[in-house]
Design a protein. Structure first.
Length: 305
């Protein structure tokens, strides 16, 4: 029995929407036509593919197994078609999902939102929290388009590009007693002994008790005192603002929140490698014109931070 490849569009739409009505709306077919196509798919693939739970269609394991390769096939077809057409941002209605820390929610999203609203007003942006351990798997399952993460070992299906680099600075409450008593002025280097003696707030979305600052201190034979870990940069800055603790933060973020949170900025007493954040995406999207255009817009926006 030959397989009708026109049914692949129906299966892809059902996997995306979990509804015969919404799938029909997405690809321009009636609900009865979608139901009939689903019946033919069930026979051809020898699997129910979807079971109903209330008003929702829940995919079977076989349907889930087909989802990624099917999406890759559909994207490959789109890419071939894209080669013969110009991409028009004004007409694009794509939804792009970015995964990253609140650094990017603070510094990237406002700028990016303004740019997108001006040149591609029908595009929707979503930002989800960064969870390093599983966000690459989330990308593989098509739930995010871009991840903004520190350099890491990538699977063969992923591509990346260096997106942003920058130094780290020390932040403290403007009334921090230890720094005032030591007569250290904003913009100066905090002495190593004082830096190690003070309590630190560490950014860690996994609750780890060590970061880039600890590695830098080890290189000079010293150790600092971690008093608190916080999974958000804003939380780190707020904790410093309301205590005698200090923190090592990316310079761009430190300057962004300095006045709002009444902080002062100082230089660390040891060399700290610059932060390097990479933009990661699935290879299935590399040649997809809307995705390629969006990646370039994100990179250009990040270059201004």
């Amino acid at each position: 029995m030959s397989f009708d490849f026109n049914l692949l569009r129906v299966l892809a739409a059902l996997l995306e929407t979990h509804s015969t009505v919404k799938a029909g709306e997405k690809i321009g077919l009636s609900q009865p036509a979608i139901s009939a196509a689903l019946g033919r798919l069930r026979v051809s693939l020898n699997d129910p593919l979807f079971v109903r739970e209330g008003q929702k269609l829940v995919p079977t394991q076989k349907a889930l197994d087909l989802q990624v390769p099917l999406h890759n096939i559909m994207r490959s077809i789109e890419s071939v078609i894209d080669q013969t057409s110009e991409f028009d941002p004004q007409a694009c209605t794509a939804n792009f999902v970015i995964s990253g820390s609140d650094f990017f929610a603070e510094l990237l999203l406002p700028r990016l939102g303004q740019i997108i609203s001006n040149i591609a007003p029908n595009i929707r942006l979503q930002m989800v929290d960064q969870v390093i351990d599983n966000q690459l798997d989330t990308m593989r399952r098509e739930q995010i388009d871009l991840a903004l993460i520190p350099q890491t070992n990538l699977p063969d299906w992923a591509e990346s590009r260096l997106a942003i680099t920058g130094p780290f600075e020390v932040v403290a409450n403007r009334k921090n007693l230890a720094i005032r008593e030591a007569k250290i002025k904003p913009g100066e280097v905090i002495p190593l002994d004082l830096y190690c003696a003070m309590g630190h707030v560490l950014f860690s979305n996994e609750g780890k008790m060590e970061g880039v600052g600890d590695q830098a201190l080890r290189a000079v034979g010293r150790q600092r005192k971690i008093s608190m870990t916080v999974p958000f940069f804003n939380g780190v800055a707020n904790a410093v603002s309301n205590s005698e603790l200090i923190a090592l933060l990316p310079s761009a973020f430190a300057h962004h929140v300095r006045d709002r949170l009444a902080l002062e900025i100082y230089h660390p007493p040891m060399p700290v490698p610059q932060a390097q954040i990479h933009m990661v995406w699935h290879r299935r999207n590399s040649a997809h014109k809307p995705h390629a255009w969006f990646r370039q817009i994100v990179l250009e926006t990040l270059s201004e931070i």
